[in-house]
Design a protein around this ligand. Structure first.
Ligand code: WTA
Length: 567
Protein backbone atom coordinates (compact mmCIF):
# COMPACT_ATOMS: atom_id res chain seq x y z
CA UNK A 1 0.00 0.00 0.00
CA UNK A 2 1.04 3.57 -0.60
CA UNK A 3 2.89 5.14 2.27
CA UNK A 4 1.96 8.79 2.32
CA UNK A 5 2.52 9.33 6.00
CA UNK A 6 0.10 9.69 8.87
CA UNK A 7 -3.29 11.32 8.63
CA UNK A 8 -2.03 14.37 10.52
CA UNK A 9 1.00 14.79 8.24
CA UNK A 10 -1.17 14.52 5.14
CA UNK A 11 -3.61 17.09 6.42
CA UNK A 12 -0.83 19.49 7.42
CA UNK A 13 0.98 19.37 4.11
CA UNK A 14 -2.06 19.14 1.92
CA UNK A 15 -2.79 21.16 -1.17
CA UNK A 16 -4.94 20.17 -4.16
CA UNK A 17 -1.96 21.18 -6.32
CA UNK A 18 -0.56 17.73 -5.41
CA UNK A 19 -3.14 16.28 -7.80
CA UNK A 20 -2.70 19.08 -10.34
CA UNK A 21 1.02 18.35 -10.53
CA UNK A 22 0.50 14.62 -10.94
CA UNK A 23 -1.97 15.35 -13.74
CA UNK A 24 0.38 17.93 -15.35
CA UNK A 25 -2.33 20.51 -15.04
CA UNK A 26 -1.72 24.21 -14.42
CA UNK A 27 -4.49 26.67 -13.56
CA UNK A 28 -5.97 28.07 -16.76
CA UNK A 29 -5.02 25.05 -18.88
CA UNK A 30 -7.43 23.01 -20.92
CA UNK A 31 -8.75 20.12 -18.79
CA UNK A 32 -10.97 17.47 -20.34
CA UNK A 33 -11.92 14.39 -18.32
CA UNK A 34 -12.45 12.35 -21.50
CA UNK A 35 -8.86 13.02 -22.58
CA UNK A 36 -7.51 12.24 -19.12
CA UNK A 37 -9.36 8.91 -19.03
CA UNK A 38 -8.03 7.64 -22.34
CA UNK A 39 -5.62 9.69 -24.51
CA UNK A 40 -3.33 10.65 -21.65
CA UNK A 41 -3.03 7.05 -20.48
CA UNK A 42 -2.09 6.03 -24.04
CA UNK A 43 0.49 8.83 -24.19
CA UNK A 44 2.01 7.35 -21.06
CA UNK A 45 2.64 4.18 -23.02
CA UNK A 46 -0.24 2.20 -21.54
CA UNK A 47 -2.44 2.01 -24.66
CA UNK A 48 -2.29 -1.79 -24.63
CA UNK A 49 -3.22 -2.10 -20.99
CA UNK A 50 -6.73 -3.38 -20.29
CA UNK A 51 -9.11 -0.61 -19.24
CA UNK A 52 -12.35 -2.58 -19.09
CA UNK A 53 -13.23 -6.20 -18.47
CA UNK A 54 -16.96 -6.59 -19.00
CA UNK A 55 -19.37 -9.48 -18.53
CA UNK A 56 -23.14 -9.80 -18.74
CA UNK A 57 -25.80 -12.19 -17.49
CA UNK A 58 -25.38 -14.49 -20.48
CA UNK A 59 -21.70 -14.87 -19.72
CA UNK A 60 -20.68 -12.80 -22.76
CA UNK A 61 -17.34 -11.11 -22.11
CA UNK A 62 -15.76 -8.10 -23.73
CA UNK A 63 -12.42 -6.45 -23.10
CA UNK A 64 -11.15 -3.01 -24.07
CA UNK A 65 -7.64 -1.62 -23.82
CA UNK A 66 -7.04 2.05 -23.08
CA UNK A 67 -6.29 2.59 -26.76
CA UNK A 68 -9.63 1.01 -27.63
CA UNK A 69 -11.39 3.22 -25.09
CA UNK A 70 -9.64 6.18 -26.71
CA UNK A 71 -10.66 5.27 -30.26
CA UNK A 72 -14.18 4.08 -29.40
CA UNK A 73 -14.89 7.27 -27.47
CA UNK A 74 -13.44 9.32 -30.34
CA UNK A 75 -15.84 7.54 -32.67
CA UNK A 76 -18.85 8.23 -30.46
CA UNK A 77 -17.72 11.85 -30.00
CA UNK A 78 -17.35 12.33 -33.75
CA UNK A 79 -20.81 10.93 -34.38
CA UNK A 80 -22.36 13.23 -31.77
CA UNK A 81 -20.65 16.21 -33.33
CA UNK A 82 -21.81 15.14 -36.78
CA UNK A 83 -25.44 15.18 -35.69
CA UNK A 84 -25.07 18.64 -34.22
CA UNK A 85 -24.06 18.21 -30.59
CA UNK A 86 -22.24 21.25 -29.31
CA UNK A 87 -20.40 22.09 -26.11
CA UNK A 88 -22.70 22.17 -23.07
CA UNK A 89 -25.57 20.37 -24.82
CA UNK A 90 -27.00 17.64 -22.60
CA UNK A 91 -26.56 14.09 -23.84
CA UNK A 92 -28.33 11.43 -21.80
CA UNK A 93 -27.03 7.89 -21.36
CA UNK A 94 -30.00 5.61 -20.74
CA UNK A 95 -28.57 2.11 -20.80
CA UNK A 96 -27.80 -0.96 -18.77
CA UNK A 97 -24.17 -1.31 -17.71
CA UNK A 98 -23.08 -2.17 -21.25
CA UNK A 99 -19.68 -1.07 -22.62
CA UNK A 100 -21.30 1.73 -24.67
CA UNK A 101 -22.31 3.38 -21.41
CA UNK A 102 -18.69 3.71 -20.32
CA UNK A 103 -17.32 4.51 -23.77
CA UNK A 104 -20.21 6.91 -24.43
CA UNK A 105 -19.52 8.77 -21.21
CA UNK A 106 -15.93 9.40 -22.25
CA UNK A 107 -17.03 10.27 -25.81
CA UNK A 108 -19.62 12.81 -24.67
CA UNK A 109 -17.09 14.57 -22.44
CA UNK A 110 -14.63 14.78 -25.32
CA UNK A 111 -17.15 16.81 -27.35
CA UNK A 112 -17.55 19.31 -24.50
CA UNK A 113 -21.18 18.27 -24.07
CA UNK A 114 -22.62 17.37 -20.67
CA UNK A 115 -23.12 13.70 -19.86
CA UNK A 116 -26.44 12.94 -18.15
CA UNK A 117 -26.46 9.32 -17.04
CA UNK A 118 -29.81 7.92 -15.90
CA UNK A 119 -30.67 4.48 -14.52
CA UNK A 120 -32.11 2.26 -17.23
CA UNK A 121 -34.60 0.99 -14.62
CA UNK A 122 -36.41 4.33 -14.62
CA UNK A 123 -39.99 4.29 -15.84
CA UNK A 124 -41.09 6.80 -18.48
CA UNK A 125 -42.24 9.43 -15.99
CA UNK A 126 -39.04 9.33 -13.96
CA UNK A 127 -37.16 9.64 -17.23
CA UNK A 128 -39.32 12.49 -18.44
CA UNK A 129 -38.92 14.78 -15.41
CA UNK A 130 -35.16 14.50 -15.68
CA UNK A 131 -34.92 15.02 -19.44
CA UNK A 132 -37.38 17.86 -19.21
CA UNK A 133 -35.43 19.66 -16.51
CA UNK A 134 -32.19 19.38 -18.49
CA UNK A 135 -33.81 20.01 -21.90
CA UNK A 136 -31.73 17.13 -23.15
CA UNK A 137 -30.81 17.23 -26.84
CA UNK A 138 -29.74 13.64 -27.43
CA UNK A 139 -30.42 10.36 -25.68
CA UNK A 140 -28.28 7.27 -26.23
CA UNK A 141 -30.15 4.10 -25.39
CA UNK A 142 -30.74 0.43 -26.12
CA UNK A 143 -33.46 -1.24 -28.13
CA UNK A 144 -35.00 -2.67 -24.98
CA UNK A 145 -35.44 0.78 -23.42
CA UNK A 146 -36.47 2.83 -26.44
CA UNK A 147 -40.17 2.13 -25.79
CA UNK A 148 -40.02 4.29 -22.68
CA UNK A 149 -38.61 7.19 -24.69
CA UNK A 150 -41.29 6.79 -27.36
CA UNK A 151 -44.01 7.10 -24.74
CA UNK A 152 -42.90 10.56 -23.70
CA UNK A 153 -41.56 11.82 -27.01
CA UNK A 154 -44.47 14.13 -27.73
CA UNK A 155 -43.74 16.08 -24.58
CA UNK A 156 -40.09 16.66 -25.50
CA UNK A 157 -39.68 18.90 -28.54
CA UNK A 158 -36.08 19.71 -27.47
CA UNK A 159 -35.01 16.06 -27.75
CA UNK A 160 -33.61 15.96 -31.28
CA UNK A 161 -32.02 12.53 -31.47
CA UNK A 162 -32.59 9.09 -30.01
CA UNK A 163 -29.54 7.01 -30.73
CA UNK A 164 -29.98 3.27 -30.43
CA UNK A 165 -26.64 1.59 -29.88
CA UNK A 166 -27.68 -2.04 -30.41
CA UNK A 167 -30.34 -1.95 -33.11
CA UNK A 168 -30.49 -5.13 -35.16
CA UNK A 169 -32.12 -3.44 -38.13
CA UNK A 170 -35.23 -5.61 -37.87
CA UNK A 171 -37.88 -3.38 -36.37
CA UNK A 172 -38.52 -0.07 -38.14
CA UNK A 173 -37.22 3.11 -36.57
CA UNK A 174 -39.56 5.83 -35.45
CA UNK A 175 -39.40 9.59 -35.40
CA UNK A 176 -36.02 11.10 -34.40
CA UNK A 177 -34.45 7.66 -33.98
CA UNK A 178 -31.18 6.55 -35.53
CA UNK A 179 -28.83 3.63 -35.19
CA UNK A 180 -25.23 3.88 -34.14
CA UNK A 181 -23.27 0.75 -33.52
CA UNK A 182 -19.57 0.67 -32.64
CA UNK A 183 -19.38 -2.70 -34.42
CA UNK A 184 -20.25 -1.19 -37.78
CA UNK A 185 -17.96 1.81 -37.61
CA UNK A 186 -14.35 2.33 -38.35
CA UNK A 187 -12.90 3.62 -35.12
CA UNK A 188 -11.42 7.08 -35.33
CA UNK A 189 -7.83 7.67 -34.36
CA UNK A 190 -7.78 11.46 -34.26
CA UNK A 191 -10.50 13.47 -32.71
CA UNK A 192 -10.47 17.15 -32.02
CA UNK A 193 -11.27 17.12 -28.29
CA UNK A 194 -13.15 20.18 -27.13
CA UNK A 195 -10.85 22.48 -25.13
CA UNK A 196 -12.90 22.47 -21.93
CA UNK A 197 -11.58 24.49 -19.02
CA UNK A 198 -11.77 23.91 -15.27
CA UNK A 199 -15.24 25.40 -14.95
CA UNK A 200 -16.74 23.83 -18.10
CA UNK A 201 -19.71 21.62 -17.16
CA UNK A 202 -19.09 17.89 -17.41
CA UNK A 203 -21.70 15.72 -15.75
CA UNK A 204 -25.31 16.18 -14.66
CA UNK A 205 -26.49 13.68 -12.03
CA UNK A 206 -30.03 13.69 -10.70
CA UNK A 207 -30.69 13.28 -7.00
CA UNK A 208 -33.86 13.34 -4.92
CA UNK A 209 -34.59 15.88 -2.22
CA UNK A 210 -37.43 16.24 0.26
CA UNK A 211 -39.60 18.49 -1.83
CA UNK A 212 -39.96 19.27 -5.50
CA UNK A 213 -38.70 17.34 -8.46
CA UNK A 214 -35.30 15.63 -8.50
CA UNK A 215 -32.43 18.08 -8.79
CA UNK A 216 -29.78 18.04 -11.50
CA UNK A 217 -26.40 18.34 -9.84
CA UNK A 218 -24.01 20.15 -12.15
CA UNK A 219 -20.35 19.15 -12.05
CA UNK A 220 -17.39 20.56 -13.95
CA UNK A 221 -14.23 19.14 -15.53
CA UNK A 222 -12.11 20.40 -12.62
CA UNK A 223 -13.83 17.76 -10.43
CA UNK A 224 -11.19 15.41 -11.81
CA UNK A 225 -8.67 16.86 -9.34
CA UNK A 226 -10.56 15.54 -6.29
CA UNK A 227 -11.76 12.37 -7.97
CA UNK A 228 -8.24 11.44 -9.04
CA UNK A 229 -6.63 12.02 -5.65
CA UNK A 230 -9.35 10.41 -3.52
CA UNK A 231 -9.27 7.36 -5.80
CA UNK A 232 -5.53 7.15 -5.37
CA UNK A 233 -5.40 7.61 -1.62
CA UNK A 234 -8.67 6.14 -0.35
CA UNK A 235 -9.24 3.36 -2.85
CA UNK A 236 -5.45 3.01 -2.87
CA UNK A 237 -5.38 1.92 -6.52
CA UNK A 238 -2.00 0.70 -7.78
CA UNK A 239 -0.69 -0.04 -11.24
CA UNK A 240 -1.44 -3.79 -11.18
CA UNK A 241 -4.78 -3.65 -9.43
CA UNK A 242 -7.94 -5.10 -10.88
CA UNK A 243 -10.64 -2.83 -9.60
CA UNK A 244 -14.37 -3.47 -9.28
CA UNK A 245 -16.81 -0.69 -8.47
CA UNK A 246 -20.22 -2.31 -8.23
CA UNK A 247 -22.17 0.94 -8.72
CA UNK A 248 -24.23 1.79 -11.81
CA UNK A 249 -23.11 5.02 -13.53
CA UNK A 250 -26.73 6.22 -13.18
CA UNK A 251 -25.49 6.98 -9.67
CA UNK A 252 -22.57 9.30 -8.96
CA UNK A 253 -20.43 6.51 -7.49
CA UNK A 254 -20.54 4.79 -10.86
CA UNK A 255 -19.06 7.81 -12.64
CA UNK A 256 -16.75 9.48 -10.09
CA UNK A 257 -15.29 6.12 -9.00
CA UNK A 258 -16.59 3.77 -11.69
CA UNK A 259 -15.10 5.69 -14.63
CA UNK A 260 -13.23 8.92 -13.88
CA UNK A 261 -11.17 7.90 -10.85
CA UNK A 262 -9.84 4.55 -12.07
CA UNK A 263 -9.34 5.47 -15.73
CA UNK A 264 -7.59 8.77 -15.02
CA UNK A 265 -5.15 6.64 -13.02
CA UNK A 266 -4.83 4.11 -15.86
CA UNK A 267 -6.27 1.25 -13.79
CA UNK A 268 -7.97 -1.87 -15.16
CA UNK A 269 -11.55 -2.16 -14.00
CA UNK A 270 -14.29 -4.78 -14.26
CA UNK A 271 -18.01 -4.38 -14.81
CA UNK A 272 -20.62 -7.07 -14.17
CA UNK A 273 -23.92 -6.39 -15.92
CA UNK A 274 -25.87 -9.08 -14.11
CA UNK A 275 -28.25 -9.31 -11.16
CA UNK A 276 -27.01 -9.69 -7.64
CA UNK A 277 -26.37 -12.96 -5.89
CA UNK A 278 -23.57 -13.88 -3.52
CA UNK A 279 -22.42 -16.63 -5.90
CA UNK A 280 -22.39 -14.30 -8.92
CA UNK A 281 -20.32 -11.75 -7.09
CA UNK A 282 -17.81 -14.09 -5.48
CA UNK A 283 -17.22 -15.99 -8.68
CA UNK A 284 -16.73 -12.70 -10.56
CA UNK A 285 -14.10 -11.62 -8.02
CA UNK A 286 -12.35 -14.98 -8.18
CA UNK A 287 -12.40 -15.20 -11.97
CA UNK A 288 -11.07 -11.71 -12.60
CA UNK A 289 -8.71 -11.68 -9.63
CA UNK A 290 -10.31 -8.48 -8.33
CA UNK A 291 -7.93 -6.85 -5.87
CA UNK A 292 -9.79 -3.66 -4.96
CA UNK A 293 -13.52 -3.68 -4.42
CA UNK A 294 -15.78 -0.64 -3.86
CA UNK A 295 -19.34 -1.52 -2.92
CA UNK A 296 -22.29 -0.49 -0.77
CA UNK A 297 -23.73 -1.49 2.62
CA UNK A 298 -26.92 -3.08 1.29
CA UNK A 299 -24.92 -5.40 -0.92
CA UNK A 300 -22.57 -6.15 1.95
CA UNK A 301 -25.48 -6.96 4.26
CA UNK A 302 -26.97 -9.21 1.59
CA UNK A 303 -23.65 -11.04 1.36
CA UNK A 304 -23.61 -11.41 5.14
CA UNK A 305 -27.06 -12.87 4.98
CA UNK A 306 -25.98 -15.40 2.35
CA UNK A 307 -23.67 -16.79 5.03
CA UNK A 308 -19.99 -17.59 5.46
CA UNK A 309 -20.09 -21.06 3.91
CA UNK A 310 -20.62 -19.79 0.38
CA UNK A 311 -17.44 -17.67 0.55
CA UNK A 312 -15.40 -20.76 1.30
CA UNK A 313 -16.26 -22.15 -2.13
CA UNK A 314 -14.32 -19.33 -3.79
CA UNK A 315 -10.73 -18.15 -3.74
CA UNK A 316 -10.89 -14.61 -2.41
CA UNK A 317 -7.15 -14.32 -1.80
CA UNK A 318 -6.91 -11.81 -4.68
CA UNK A 319 -8.64 -9.11 -2.60
CA UNK A 320 -6.35 -6.69 -0.83
CA UNK A 321 -8.56 -3.67 -0.14
CA UNK A 322 -12.31 -2.99 0.12
CA UNK A 323 -14.42 0.12 0.64
CA UNK A 324 -18.07 1.07 0.93
CA UNK A 325 -20.33 4.06 0.29
CA UNK A 326 -23.92 5.20 0.18
CA UNK A 327 -25.49 4.41 3.53
CA UNK A 328 -24.43 3.87 7.10
CA UNK A 329 -22.07 0.90 7.23
CA UNK A 330 -22.92 -0.81 10.49
CA UNK A 331 -20.07 -2.02 12.66
CA UNK A 332 -21.30 -5.63 12.33
CA UNK A 333 -20.58 -5.50 8.60
CA UNK A 334 -17.04 -4.22 9.17
CA UNK A 335 -16.36 -6.86 11.81
CA UNK A 336 -17.86 -9.57 9.61
CA UNK A 337 -15.59 -8.55 6.74
CA UNK A 338 -12.56 -8.77 9.02
CA UNK A 339 -13.60 -12.30 9.90
CA UNK A 340 -14.30 -13.61 6.40
CA UNK A 341 -11.99 -11.52 4.17
CA UNK A 342 -9.32 -10.72 6.76
CA UNK A 343 -9.79 -7.01 6.18
CA UNK A 344 -12.44 -4.42 6.92
CA UNK A 345 -14.60 -2.50 4.49
CA UNK A 346 -13.35 1.08 4.67
CA UNK A 347 -16.42 3.32 4.92
CA UNK A 348 -16.57 6.48 2.82
CA UNK A 349 -19.14 9.26 3.09
CA UNK A 350 -20.01 11.69 0.34
CA UNK A 351 -22.89 12.76 -1.92
CA UNK A 352 -23.92 13.37 -5.48
CA UNK A 353 -23.47 17.05 -4.68
CA UNK A 354 -19.95 16.72 -3.28
CA UNK A 355 -18.76 14.82 -6.37
CA UNK A 356 -15.98 13.10 -4.45
CA UNK A 357 -15.35 11.50 -1.06
CA UNK A 358 -15.60 13.80 1.92
CA UNK A 359 -15.26 11.77 5.11
CA UNK A 360 -13.48 8.48 4.87
CA UNK A 361 -11.36 5.69 6.22
CA UNK A 362 -8.31 4.65 4.27
CA UNK A 363 -5.11 2.66 4.48
CA UNK A 364 -2.80 4.15 7.06
CA UNK A 365 -5.69 5.23 9.29
CA UNK A 366 -7.06 3.33 12.23
CA UNK A 367 -10.56 2.06 11.34
CA UNK A 368 -13.20 2.35 14.02
CA UNK A 369 -16.05 0.03 12.98
CA UNK A 370 -19.26 2.05 12.64
CA UNK A 371 -17.51 5.39 12.07
CA UNK A 372 -17.34 7.07 8.67
CA UNK A 373 -13.76 8.15 9.39
CA UNK A 374 -12.31 11.65 9.10
CA UNK A 375 -12.46 14.39 6.47
CA UNK A 376 -10.21 13.76 3.48
CA UNK A 377 -7.12 16.03 3.62
CA UNK A 378 -8.02 19.38 2.09
CA UNK A 379 -11.63 19.08 3.27
CA UNK A 380 -12.66 21.30 6.18
CA UNK A 381 -15.47 19.36 7.80
CA UNK A 382 -17.23 19.74 11.12
CA UNK A 383 -20.63 19.58 12.77
CA UNK A 384 -22.66 22.69 13.57
CA UNK A 385 -25.54 23.34 15.91
CA UNK A 386 -28.92 22.46 14.41
CA UNK A 387 -30.41 25.85 15.26
CA UNK A 388 -27.57 28.37 15.50
CA UNK A 389 -25.25 26.78 12.91
CA UNK A 390 -22.34 27.54 15.24
CA UNK A 391 -19.55 24.99 15.23
CA UNK A 392 -19.88 22.33 17.93
CA UNK A 393 -16.69 21.69 19.85
CA UNK A 394 -18.04 19.11 22.24
CA UNK A 395 -17.06 15.52 21.39
CA UNK A 396 -20.07 13.25 20.97
CA UNK A 397 -22.63 16.02 20.52
CA UNK A 398 -24.81 15.55 17.45
CA UNK A 399 -25.09 18.36 14.91
CA UNK A 400 -25.37 19.01 11.19
CA UNK A 401 -22.44 17.98 9.05
CA UNK A 402 -20.89 21.09 7.47
CA UNK A 403 -18.12 21.61 4.93
CA UNK A 404 -16.23 24.67 3.70
CA UNK A 405 -17.24 24.56 0.01
CA UNK A 406 -13.77 24.81 -1.48
CA UNK A 407 -12.82 21.42 -2.93
CA UNK A 408 -12.57 20.86 -6.70
CA UNK A 409 -15.44 18.39 -7.18
CA UNK A 410 -18.11 20.39 -5.34
CA UNK A 411 -21.27 20.85 -7.46
CA UNK A 412 -21.52 24.23 -9.15
CA UNK A 413 -25.31 24.51 -8.99
CA UNK A 414 -28.55 22.56 -9.35
CA UNK A 415 -29.63 22.73 -12.97
CA UNK A 416 -32.16 25.50 -13.44
CA UNK A 417 -32.63 25.68 -9.70
CA UNK A 418 -30.12 28.15 -8.27
CA UNK A 419 -32.45 29.00 -5.40
CA UNK A 420 -32.39 25.49 -3.93
CA UNK A 421 -28.64 25.38 -4.47
CA UNK A 422 -28.19 28.59 -2.46
CA UNK A 423 -30.41 27.22 0.30
CA UNK A 424 -27.76 24.59 1.05
CA UNK A 425 -25.33 27.19 2.37
CA UNK A 426 -25.52 28.77 5.81
CA UNK A 427 -22.88 31.00 7.41
CA UNK A 428 -20.30 30.00 4.83
CA UNK A 429 -20.87 26.27 5.34
CA UNK A 430 -22.25 23.81 2.81
CA UNK A 431 -24.79 21.64 4.65
CA UNK A 432 -25.25 18.22 3.05
CA UNK A 433 -28.37 17.55 5.16
CA UNK A 434 -26.95 14.85 7.41
CA UNK A 435 -26.38 14.59 11.14
CA UNK A 436 -23.34 13.27 12.90
CA UNK A 437 -21.21 13.60 16.00
CA UNK A 438 -17.43 13.78 16.15
CA UNK A 439 -15.47 11.91 18.79
CA UNK A 440 -12.35 13.04 20.67
CA UNK A 441 -10.08 11.71 17.94
CA UNK A 442 -11.93 13.53 15.17
CA UNK A 443 -13.87 10.50 13.84
CA UNK A 444 -17.37 11.16 12.47
CA UNK A 445 -20.32 9.00 13.60
CA UNK A 446 -23.34 9.29 11.32
CA UNK A 447 -26.67 9.50 13.12
CA UNK A 448 -29.15 10.11 10.30
CA UNK A 449 -30.45 12.49 7.70
CA UNK A 450 -31.71 15.89 8.62
CA UNK A 451 -34.64 15.69 6.20
CA UNK A 452 -37.32 13.19 5.18
CA UNK A 453 -35.40 11.70 2.28
CA UNK A 454 -35.42 7.89 2.46
CA UNK A 455 -32.18 6.06 1.78
CA UNK A 456 -33.26 2.59 0.75
CA UNK A 457 -30.43 0.32 -0.24
CA UNK A 458 -28.29 3.38 -1.00
CA UNK A 459 -30.90 4.85 -3.29
CA UNK A 460 -32.34 8.20 -2.26
CA UNK A 461 -36.11 8.39 -2.50
CA UNK A 462 -38.06 11.58 -2.13
CA UNK A 463 -41.27 11.00 -0.16
CA UNK A 464 -42.73 13.83 -2.21
CA UNK A 465 -42.20 11.92 -5.48
CA UNK A 466 -43.92 8.80 -4.15
CA UNK A 467 -46.76 10.80 -2.57
CA UNK A 468 -47.32 12.69 -5.82
CA UNK A 469 -47.55 9.43 -7.76
CA UNK A 470 -50.03 8.03 -5.20
CA UNK A 471 -52.17 11.14 -5.33
CA UNK A 472 -52.66 10.70 -9.04
CA UNK A 473 -54.66 7.53 -8.34
CA UNK A 474 -58.40 8.12 -8.25
CA UNK A 475 -58.90 6.38 -4.91
CA UNK A 476 -56.21 8.21 -2.95
CA UNK A 477 -57.26 11.28 -0.97
CA UNK A 478 -54.01 11.88 0.92
CA UNK A 479 -50.77 10.09 1.47
CA UNK A 480 -47.68 10.28 3.63
CA UNK A 481 -44.54 8.36 2.80
CA UNK A 482 -41.89 7.55 5.38
CA UNK A 483 -39.14 5.03 5.97
CA UNK A 484 -39.42 1.90 8.06
CA UNK A 485 -36.56 -0.29 9.29
CA UNK A 486 -35.30 -3.19 7.21
CA UNK A 487 -32.53 -5.69 7.89
CA UNK A 488 -30.87 -5.56 4.50
CA UNK A 489 -31.82 -2.25 2.90
CA UNK A 490 -31.52 -0.43 6.21
CA UNK A 491 -34.77 1.28 5.46
CA UNK A 492 -37.62 0.76 3.00
CA UNK A 493 -40.49 2.93 1.79
CA UNK A 494 -43.82 2.79 3.62
CA UNK A 495 -46.93 4.63 2.45
CA UNK A 496 -49.86 5.72 4.59
CA UNK A 497 -53.00 6.36 2.57
CA UNK A 498 -56.40 7.86 3.23
CA UNK A 499 -59.07 7.01 0.69
CA UNK A 500 -61.67 9.10 -1.05
CA UNK A 501 -65.31 8.38 -0.16
CA UNK A 502 -66.71 5.40 -2.01
CA UNK A 503 -63.49 3.38 -2.04
CA UNK A 504 -62.99 0.40 0.17
CA UNK A 505 -59.65 -0.31 1.83
CA UNK A 506 -58.69 -3.82 0.76
CA UNK A 507 -55.86 -5.84 -0.76
CA UNK A 508 -57.30 -5.67 -4.24
CA UNK A 509 -57.28 -1.88 -4.23
CA UNK A 510 -53.73 -1.88 -2.85
CA UNK A 511 -52.60 -4.01 -5.76
CA UNK A 512 -54.30 -1.67 -8.21
CA UNK A 513 -52.66 1.37 -6.65
CA UNK A 514 -49.26 -0.31 -6.66
CA UNK A 515 -49.56 -1.26 -10.32
CA UNK A 516 -50.59 2.28 -11.09
CA UNK A 517 -47.58 3.91 -9.45
CA UNK A 518 -45.09 1.27 -10.60
CA UNK A 519 -45.24 2.78 -14.07
CA UNK A 520 -44.44 6.21 -12.73
CA UNK A 521 -41.63 5.47 -10.32
CA UNK A 522 -38.33 3.68 -10.41
CA UNK A 523 -38.66 0.15 -8.94
CA UNK A 524 -36.31 1.23 -6.18
CA UNK A 525 -38.77 3.85 -4.96
CA UNK A 526 -41.76 1.49 -4.68
CA UNK A 527 -43.40 1.24 -1.24
CA UNK A 528 -42.79 -2.12 0.42
CA UNK A 529 -45.66 -1.58 2.79
CA UNK A 530 -48.99 0.26 2.55
CA UNK A 531 -51.24 1.13 5.45
CA UNK A 532 -54.73 2.54 5.06
CA UNK A 533 -55.57 5.10 7.74
CA UNK A 534 -58.63 7.18 8.53
CA UNK A 535 -56.64 10.34 9.00
CA UNK A 536 -53.04 11.56 8.73
CA UNK A 537 -51.38 13.53 11.55
CA UNK A 538 -51.08 17.19 10.56
CA UNK A 539 -49.76 20.43 11.93
CA UNK A 540 -52.18 23.22 12.66
CA UNK A 541 -51.15 24.78 9.40
CA UNK A 542 -52.19 21.60 7.62
CA UNK A 543 -48.77 20.10 6.88
CA UNK A 544 -48.59 16.33 7.15
CA UNK A 545 -46.27 15.35 10.00
CA UNK A 546 -44.25 12.56 8.53
CA UNK A 547 -42.01 12.78 11.60
CA UNK A 548 -44.70 11.22 13.80
CA UNK A 549 -45.38 8.36 11.44
CA UNK A 550 -41.69 7.72 11.06
CA UNK A 551 -41.12 7.69 14.83
CA UNK A 552 -43.93 5.18 15.15
CA UNK A 553 -42.34 2.91 12.55
CA UNK A 554 -38.94 3.07 14.21
CA UNK A 555 -40.30 2.73 17.75
CA UNK A 556 -38.84 6.11 18.70
CA UNK A 557 -39.96 8.87 21.01
CA UNK A 558 -42.46 11.05 19.23
CA UNK A 559 -40.93 14.29 20.54
CA UNK A 560 -42.50 17.71 20.36
CA UNK A 561 -46.11 17.52 19.16
CA UNK A 562 -47.09 21.06 20.09
CA UNK A 563 -47.76 21.95 16.50
CA UNK A 564 -50.00 18.94 15.96
CA UNK A 565 -53.57 19.73 15.00
CA UNK A 566 -56.20 18.81 17.59
CA UNK A 567 -58.55 15.91 17.13
C1 WTA B 1 -25.96 8.96 2.68
C2 WTA B 1 -23.86 8.79 -2.46
C3 WTA B 1 -23.89 7.12 6.07
C4 WTA B 1 -26.02 10.37 3.27
C5 WTA B 1 -22.40 8.79 -2.96
C6 WTA B 1 -25.72 11.24 2.08
C7 WTA B 1 -24.10 7.85 3.90
C8 WTA B 1 -26.44 10.49 0.98
C9 WTA B 1 -22.80 7.39 3.59
C10 WTA B 1 -25.87 10.78 -0.37
C11 WTA B 1 -22.05 6.75 4.62
C12 WTA B 1 -23.65 8.30 1.84
N1 WTA B 1 -22.64 6.64 5.84
N2 WTA B 1 -24.63 7.71 5.13
N3 WTA B 1 -20.84 6.26 4.40
N4 WTA B 1 -22.56 7.68 2.30
N5 WTA B 1 -24.60 8.40 2.78
O1 WTA B 1 -26.18 11.55 -3.24
O2 WTA B 1 -27.32 10.61 3.75
O3 WTA B 1 -26.89 9.13 -3.58
O4 WTA B 1 -26.17 12.56 2.19
O5 WTA B 1 -24.54 9.81 -3.00
O6 WTA B 1 -26.30 9.10 1.32
O7 WTA B 1 -26.44 9.94 -1.33
P1 WTA B 1 -26.07 10.12 -2.86
Amino acid sequence: MINIGSYEERVKNFDWSIAEKELDYTQGDVINIGWYCSDRICQQGKGDKLALIWENAMGVEKRYTFDEVRRASNTIGAHLREIGVEAEDRVCLFMDKIPELYLGFVGILKTGAIAQPLFSAFGDESLHVRLDNAKTKVIMTQRKHVGKVRKILEKMPYLEHIIIVDHDGKKPLKERESVFSLNDREWIDDFDIHPTKAESPSVLHYTSGTTGQPKGVKHVHYSLISQYLTTKWVLDLQEDDIYWCTADPGWVTGTSYGIIGPWSLGITQCVLDKGFSAENWYSFIEKNRVSMWYSAPTAIRSLMKAGDEVIKKYDMSCLRHMASVGEPLNSEAVIWAEKVFNMPFYDTYWQTETGSMMICNYPGMKVKPGSMGKPFPGITGTVVDIETFEEINEPGKVGLIAFKPDWPAMMRTYWDNEETYQSKFVKGWYLPGDRSSIDKEGYFWFTGRDDDVINTGGHLVSPFEVESALLEHEAVAESAVVSKPDDVNMEVVKAFITLKPGFEANADLELKIMNFIRKKLSPLAMPQDVEYVEKLPKTRSGKIMRRLLKAQEWGEEIGDTSTLEDD
